[in-house]
Design a protein around this ligand. Structure first.
Ligand SMILES: Cc1cc2nc3c(=O)[nH]c(=O)nc-3n(C[C@H](O)[C@H](O)[C@H](O)COP(=O)(O)O)c2cc1C
Length: 199
């Protein structure tokens, strides 16, 4: 087969991906993406490898005043599951979703399928998160992908209307950077790469 004359090479994308870096949640500030930019972010997030074209994921948006309203849900549930919670801790829960202008919940929605196992559908949800944080940063925004306690709490799952085959893949907080990007240690390829050869 000969190479297509239409090149897909994008050195800028390579430079971008080599330096991609999430933000620390405490450093995220206004502004968040515009409605058009958020649509672009979600469109890119939904453009991921997906065996069987099942789209085994969906998004829940938390914007504007809904973030404070959801904070009330978090605070109530936190007090329920953590009887020793202090007023400060409850207040933190109330303000949790106010830490960024926009929060996108990524729901992994596994479907029964004869050919596509749950594992592959969950991996696709992970790819959604990775595409989403990359898209945020490529538009100039600061993302933080967190699960925290409420990502695993069944009371919160019920409050969010998750079905029996659904679970949170995380919440992507999106705003702007208030501090320059740092980096964190990255794995040495020598530690994670082997070359298979026959024994
Ligand atoms: C599924 C998933 C859940 C995460 N949940 C948390 C979390 O609850 N708390 C946290 O501090 N970091 C969490 N992280 C890590 C943050 O996203 C962290 O900022 C990220 O690993 C930084 O990576 P990067 O610099 O390569 O973007 C999570 C990451 C993933 C993939």
């Amino acid at each position: 087969m000969t190479a297509s004359p239409e090149t897909t090479a994008s050195p800028e994308t390579i430079r971008f991906l080599l330096a991609r870096r999430s933000a620390k949640i405490v450093t995220i500030v206004e502004p968040g993406p515009s409605p058009e930019e958020l649509t672009t972010i979600l469109t890119i997030a939904a453009r991921v490898p997906d065996h069987g074209k099942l789209a085994p994921w969906r998004f829940i948006l938390f914007e504007g005043e809904a973030r404070a309203a959801f904070g009330e849900v978090l605070a109530r549930r936190f007090a329920e599951v953590e009887p020793r919670a202090t007023p400060d801790m409850i207040a933190f829960e109330r303000a949790r979703f106010l830490r960024a202008p926009v929060v996108v919940g990524i729901v992994s929605s596994v479907q029964d399928h004869v050919k596509v196992p749950a594992w592959e559908q969950q991996l696709s949800a992970g790819a959604v998160g990775a595409n989403m944080v990359a898209a945020c940063e490529a538009l100039g925004y600061a993302p933080a992908w967190l699960t925290e306690w409420y990502g695993y709490d069944e009371g919160i799952a019920a409050a969010l209307g998750l079905g029996p085959n659904e679970r949170m893949a995380g919440f992507v907080y999106i705003g702007s950077r208030s501090v320059p990007k740092d980096d964190r240690p990255r794995p040495a390829l020598a530690d994670v790469v082997t070359t298979w050869s026959p024994r």
